[in-house]
Design a protein around this ligand. Structure first.
Ligand code: ATP
Ligand code: MG
Length: 574
């Protein structure tokens, strides 16, 4: 089935296109913001980016590209205790790897601390912000909920002078953590709980990875985020659905600082990406790392971009996937086989083919002279699109896959069996004439003969040979370790219902299988970390970061079988 005929997953529920793109197109057509398009990707540097972030990156950078605009990279670094430069660097690497460029527009909310502070004083002077000298806990307790209105703070009516004085002393470091906060004077009876005197600043005597000890008050998300958008003249501030109920506050703050209508960013919400068999949340991913259920953020089983890169994912496949799932305003969980399908499509088109034997079984070719070595030229691409090939030496002893031999073959067995013939890819036709066993009765070696007229693999009399096996010369093959990965979770929805708090129980204990004693063809001697390839008949692989000449290590990126296409085909057949 061709790519075109695969059913498309559900796209935007606001029409066939991408609804955010539609909004931007209309704004540009209407001359809003003078036709400018400025988006931003605002990660908090408190963890590594995951495939969900890729969706946001593709959307924000993609819109900027499409409408001749720009996309800012803005680090939302307002929580010094959880943030770190390690994360800043990894985030930048991941965005570059995905293929996007923020040029010189690398911004940090912390760069605006001074401006944000000035704006906060402006609000105090206007009588719309005050210092509350209660704990965050008390504040929370008196905020009420959807059914009950909140209660005014006893500090709500402090004078402007008193508020200014306290706020300045908060900044100056005179007070301990938790003793005061700055709150905006919203409406404690508002149906919108977010509008009930939201906290703008809290005291935190914590060292910040960029501003050091310069600050001991830090702005809250709602205050920092919208004003940072405004300072950067962002036109479309695209965020995920959970911020929908922050939107009135977002606009209220812009009203209070006097942002002119024509310079106001517009907040647009879209549904986050969720994937089956996957957990996407930095906090939970961190838990996996800390509890050593995976080997770090870049473990190839992780849905982080560093993990996927190490696994052998291509940025092209991830971008194609993001494009294909589209942008919606309704939460849904995307089938991971769709991501894998996009990956296979791209790997199929771009991976050189090589041969590797993962579970070797020795074959001795009795009628092949001891010292005779033949070198075959095998194309990297079986369709010879690039004309490139490598040399594959062949000799008297070779390895084949243990699974490619059956002493008592089942019906329709086209691989090797006593008396049966197979083709060795690029080499010749082989017949099994004997089996050597150890004292436990296990097959440890096959004795075979080759058809001397079949050099290169074609039968001299044109007889049909159904099976073709991959192989590696015993004398020339290189030892390797191969790591096979399976899904990290056993169930499709590890976060469903009550499992939210108990999701770790769904971890797949067999998600990593390490095979040592594998043999790969000699052309891989100088493979570099992250090189991608197909091991013929087995799957797509890439060279691991741990790999070194003489101690090769490969990761299985994905098997050859495309479950998404199979599911789609079934669906069509009814
Ligand atoms: P997480 O819950 O994984 O920590 P986050 O939203 O807290 O995610 P941020 O660093 O704050 O992480 O996110 C940066 C941007 O990426 C935000 O605009 C956020 O909406 C977006 N984003 C995060 N997760 C997803 C996702 N699963 N799908 C789409 N966009 C996402
Ligand atoms: Mg966050």
């Amino acid at each position: 089935m061709s790519e075109e005929t695969l059913p498309r997953p559900e796209r935007s529920d606001d029409g066939p296109g991408n609804f955010v793109e539609d909004i931007v197109r209309q704004d540009v057509a209407a001359g809003k913001n003078g036709g400018r398009v400025v988006t931003r990707f605002p990660p908090e540097p408190n963890g590594y980016l995951h495939i969900g972030h890729a969706k946001s990156i593709c959307l924000n950078f993609g819109l900027a590209q499409k409408f001749n605009g720009v996309c800012n990279l803005r680090f939302d670094d307002t929580n010094p205790e959880t943030e770190d430069v390690e994360y800043v660097e990894s985030i930048k690497d991941a965005i570059r790897w995905l293929g996007f460029d923020w040029g010189d527009r690398e911004y940090y909310a912390s760069d605006y601390f001074e401006q944000l502070y000035d704006l906060a004083e402006k609000l105090i002077k206007a009588g719309v912000a005050y210092v509350d000298s209660r704990s965050l806990e008390e504040i929370r307790e008196t905020r009420g909920d959807f059914y009950t209105p909140g209660q005014d703070s006893p500090f709500r009516n402090r004078t402007v002078e008193e508020n200014l004085d306290l706020f300045r002393r908060m900044r100056a470091g005179e007070f301990p953590d938790g003793s005061h906060v700055l709150r905006a004077k919203g409406d404690m009876t508002s149906k919108d709980v977010k509008m009930r005197d939201p906290v703008m600043y809290r005291i935190k005597h914590a060292r910040h990875h960029r501003t050091g000890d310069r600050w001991c008050i830090y702005p809250m998300y709602d205050w920092a985020h919208g004003q940072s958008d405004y300072i950067e003249k962002v036109t479309h501030s695209i965020c995920s659905l959970e911020f929908m109920n922050h939107r009135p506050l977002y606009h209220w703050f812009l009203d209070q600082i006097g942002a002119p209508a024509e310079e106001r960013p517009q907040q647009i919400e879209f549904a986050k990406l969720n994937l089956t068999y996957t957990v996407l949340s930095k906090r939970r991913l961190q838990q996996l790392v800390q509890s050593k259920l995976v080997n770090g953020w870049d473990d190839p089983r992780m849905p982080t971009l560093v993990g996927m890169r190490r696994r052998g994912y291509t940025p092209e496949a991830i971008r194609a996937f993001c494009d294909r799932v589209g942008v919606s305003t309704r939460d849904s969980i995307v089938d991971i086989t769709l991501l894998e399908h996009e990956l296979r499509e791209h790997l199929n088109a771009t991976s050189p083919r090589v041969m590797a034997v993962l579970r070797p079984l020795k074959v001795v070719i009795e009628n092949w002279p001891e010292d005779r070595i033949e070198v075959f030229h095998a194309p990297y691409d079986p369709e010879k699109r690039d004309g490139l090939s490598r040399e594959v030496p062949f000799g008297r002893e070779i390895y084949i896959e243990r699974d490619d031999f059956a002493e008592v073959p089942p019906n329709k067995w086209f691989r090797l069996a006593p008396g049966q013939e197979v083709r060795l890819r690029y080499a010749c036709i082989l017949r099994c004439v004997g089996v050597v066993k150890n004292e436990k009765g296990e097959v440890v070696e096959l004795r075979c003969t080759w058809d001397e007229g079949s050099r290169g693999g074609a039968a001299p009399d044109g007889r049909k040979i159904k099976g073709t096996l991959h192989w590696v010369s015993a004398r020339h093959g290189l030892p390797a370790e191969v790591r096979l990965y399976d899904r990290l979770f056993k169930v499709e929805y590890p976060m469903a219902g009550d499992d939210k708090n108990d999701w770790l129980k769904h971890i797949n204990p067999d998600s990593l299988q390490v095979l040592t004693g594998c043999i790969v063809e000699p052309s891989l001697a100088n493979t570099q970390p992250l090189d991608r390839m197909q091991f013929e008949r087995i799957g797509y692989f890439c060279t691991d970061l741990d790999s070194q000449p003489g101690a090769l290590v490969f990761n299985r990126t994905i098997s050859l079988k495309d479950t998404w296409a199979a599911i789609a085909r079934k669906g069509e057949e009814g």
